[in-house]
Design a protein around this ligand. Structure first.
Ligand code: TRP
Length: 342
């Protein structure tokens, strides 16, 4: 078969598993938006709402986190004219492909997936049955993710390090499919794009560990100013006296500031800390002001979008239309190759 030249497709999924926080903005949203703006590939970003179900959240939570996360990405600058933006649940072709792929996926491969193995290890350590509380959704998670990727013919999949294995599994599964059925139709083999270790896209949270929903140590993105200030005051600091010189880089407050303030402000703050005479309380006030200035316009846009009946629905509907057209085409090829639905 002759391949016609086409632009590469870069695709990533965002699992709506909680209220968006500062760590998500710095660690995931900004780098992905930067990639969509500057990369050569055509970008497709989607909310992986069906993936969120493996954690058995309440229905109301899935619905409201999905809307909140979608509104956050648009408020943060995602341009739906440039990036196809949709909800996983709006592309039903994905779920048929999940089944077909599961029939070319070795169970042993899934046994080795990190998330499943970690759940088993936790159970074993707690003296429970290894599979206690493990649903088949958690076990099949990587197959659904493979379907997300393969149904869109993605070439590149930008993900954090924790998702690298899943993209490798998707490539393996595509290989198995092609091996079995590839005479007349081949799935595209995707490749993960992982940010280099040194990019510093992690933020410390309210207990000094990485800011994360699982540690419950995060600062939500869209808080009213007084609440934001209150949380900033809870970021841990050491007991260096006001007049003493301070090490900027080991301070969680400074690390957060460095991601939000202008570079000259960051450099100046570093100098003032190292010179001594600036207390942690003063630094926290500065951080609260910087955050408020950066986040206030985004918060206004977010509030508009997240409201019921906003333009968000039309944005997602348009994205779904483009995504489904692509998915339907790919699924037609897959169905023909495996011999169903003729
Ligand atoms: N599993 C990813 C996460 O938890 C989200 C995701 C779902 C995804 N489907 C995807 C990422 C496809 C990239 C491509 O973060």
């Amino acid at each position: 078969m002759v391949e016609t030249e086409r632009r590469k497709i870069s695709l990533t999924g965002i699992k709506p598993s909680g209220e968006p926080h500062l760590g998500n903005l710095v660690g995931a949203i900004r780098p992905a938006l930067e990639l969509a703006r500057t990369g050569d590939a055509e970008s497709r970003y989607f909310i992986a709402d069906e993936h969120a179900l493996t954690g058995a959240p309440a229905a109301g939570d899935v619905a409201s986190w999905t809307r909140a996360v979608a509104a956050t990405w648009i408020a943060a600058g995602l341009d739906p004219e440039r990036t196809v933006f949709y909800k996983q649940s709006d592309v039903p072709e994905t779920f048929e492909l999940t089944w077909i792929l599961s029939c070319v996926t070795g169970k042993g491969l899934m046994n080795r997936a990190h998330a499943y193995k970690a759940a088993r290890d936790r159970n074993t350590a707690a003296g429970e049955e290894p599979d206690a509380g493990v649903n088949l959704g958690l076990f099949n998670y990587p197959v659904l993710m493979a379907a997300d990727i393969l149904v869109m013919e993605a070439d590149l999949v930008p993900v954090g390090r924790d998702q690298l294995q899943h993209v490798e599994i998707a490539a393996d599964v595509a290989g198995s499919f092609n091996h079995r059925y590839g005479e007349s139709f081949r799935l595209r083999i995707p490749e993960a794009v992982v940010p280099p270790e040194t990019t510093g896209h992690t933020l410390p949270g309210l207990d000094g560990r990485k800011m994360s929903k699982s540690y419950d140590n995060y600062i939500p993105l869209f808080l009213p100013a007084p609440k934001l200030k209150k949380l900033v005051r809870r970021i841990p600091t050491d007991s260096t006296p006001v007049e003493a010189p301070k090490d900027a880089d080991s301070s969680a407050v400074f690390q957060i500031l460095a991601q939000f303030a202008e570079p000259d402000v960051v450099a100046d703050t570093r100098k003032r800390l190292e010179a001594g005479g600036v207390g942690w309380g003063e630094l926290k006030n500065q951080l609260a002001d910087v955050l408020e200035a950066q986040l206030a316009p985004m918060r206004d846009r977010y509030e508009e979008l997240v409201a019921p009946g906003s333009e968000l629905d039309a944005i997602l509907a348009r994205g779904a239309e483009v995504a489904r057209e692509q998915a339907a085409r790919e699924l037609r090829g897959v169905r023909r190759a495996v011999g169903v639905g003729a």
